[in-house]
Design a protein around this ligand. Structure first.
Ligand SMILES: Nc1ncnc2c1ncn2[C@@H]1O[C@H](COP(=O)(O)OP(=O)(O)OP(=O)(O)O)[C@@H](O)[C@H]1O
Length: 376
């Protein structure tokens, strides 16, 4: 089974450029989590920090009882063996065929015989639908196949934690759906803890158990998917809907003057092509494919969210209760609870304030309600 990753008070800067500060979240063991955020908010920097490739100045990252920011290099090496990483471009060696690329970590980090290596590599290639392509070079295959080869390589050392940096980048929506299904199926089979960094709203709405978002050098929120998907935080709404109107600008954050000008243009009737309907609401989560083992994370997560239910915003609570009872948008309750399907269009739940104690933004997987100081 995967292990929990507990991040507390993490701050990272490059020289005078602060990337994010005081980031606290817990990736629950064996669950799938996703981190959203506008470009440049430091999502990749966060992934690299988790695996010890970058070193935040403050905070802790505790994995299997070891704080990787305090441990020895030998301990860090051992912790790194627990990770499988799917980099944005697959990060394959261009001069090696797919077989050798996938075999690389086994040859580098284990003393397995070539026949054992062949068995493992072929199994992982098969899992990722790459049988028959093992002798191809990365330059001879499509972007989707390169991603799947990268995923196959990430799996050969039986990782307990899988990090996926924008698995959808460069893929069409259909290939993205297949890759998403693959990640869920892998989770069902090996019960690893998964963190996906993505801009893909459909993936974010349907794949992970938990969702978080980075913005303005902060973790805006992190918790069960229902919290972010029913949030009325302006930045979350803007991001999920892909709208221009909102706090996220072209490159950096907007200033007040630009925001006012855009709102005035909208009031004057200018249509900027943003979707008319609000996608806020909880869509049904992707399940493991038929024939796959049941995702063990599902039952564990159900028990976990029941425990923390009272700490969550009202709309998220309603969505969680509905999903626990197996009620979905098709039976009409989406209208009331913001738990709808895309086919039905928008389901806006009653508005609530993020400053209301009953609807406080949830930013930790810790069962305790967020404290006044931040997250405990
Ligand atoms: N090694 C580095 N040295 C200096 N600055 C860096 C380094 N790595 C990342 N940065 C800076 O950190 C910031 C965040 O980069 P990062 O790639 O993590 O963003 P991101 O949220 O993943 O963006 P995107 O969604 O576009 O991939 C950027 O300003 C980037 O230039």
């Amino acid at each position: 089974m995967g292990v929990e990753v507990a991040v507390e008070g993490l701050t990272k800067s490059f020289g005078s450029q602060n990337i994010w500060q005081d980031v606290s979240l817990t990736l629950p063991a064996g669950e799938v989590s996703a981190l959203l955020g506008p470009s440049g908010t430091g999502k990749s920097v966060f992934l690299k920090s988790l695996i010890g490739l970058l070193r935040p100045e403050q905070g802790s990252i505790v994995i299997d009882g070891t704080d990787i920011l305090q441990c020895s290099s030998k301990e860090l090496y051992e912790i790194r063996q627990m990770f499988g990483v799917l980099f944005q471009d697959g990060a394959l060696f261009g001069s090696m065929d797919l077989f050798d690329n996938v075999a690389f970590p086994l040859r580098e980090h284990t003393k397995k015989s070539e026949s054992e290596i062949r068995k493992i590599v072929m199994e992982k290639l098969d899992l990722n639908g790459l049988i028959g392509a093992e002798n191809k070079l990365p330059g001879e295959i499509s972007g989707g196949m390169r991603k799947r080869a990268g995923l196959a390589r990430a799996l050969v050392l039986d990782p307990q934690i899988i990090l996926c940096d924008e698995p959808d980048s460069g893929l069409d929506p259909v290939r993205t759906a297949y890759l998403s299904q693959l990640i869920i199926d892998i989770n069902a089979q090996i019960d690893a803890t998964v963190l996906i960094v993505t801009h893909n709203i459909n993936l974010a709405r349907t794949v992970p158990d938990n969702l978080g978002m980075l913005f303005r050098k902060q973790l805006v929120m992190f918790g069960p998917r229902e919290v972010l998907l029913t949030s009325d935080e302006p930045v979350v709404e803007q991001f999920l809907n892909g709208r221009k109107i909102g706090p996220i600008g072209m490159s950096e954050e907007k200033d007040d003057a630009q925001m006012a000008a855009e709102l005035a243009a909208q009031a004057a009737g200018h249509h900027d092509g943003s979707p008319e309907e609000d996608v806020r609401g909880i869509s049904r989560q992707m399940e493991a494919s038929p024939g796959m083992p049941e995702r063990q994370a599902v039952a564990r997560r159900q028990a976990r969210v029941r425990e923390i239910l009272h700490t969550l915003p009202a709309d998220a609570q309603k969505g969680i209760l509905a999903s626990l009872e197996g009620r979905y948008g098709a039976d009409g309750f989406g209208d009331e609870y913001g738990y709808g399907s895309e086919q039905e269009g928008a389901h806006r739940a009653p508005s609530h304030s993020a400053s209301d104690p009953d609807t406080e933004v949830f930013a930790s997987a810790d069962p305790q309600p967020p404290s006044a100081e931040g997250r405990s």
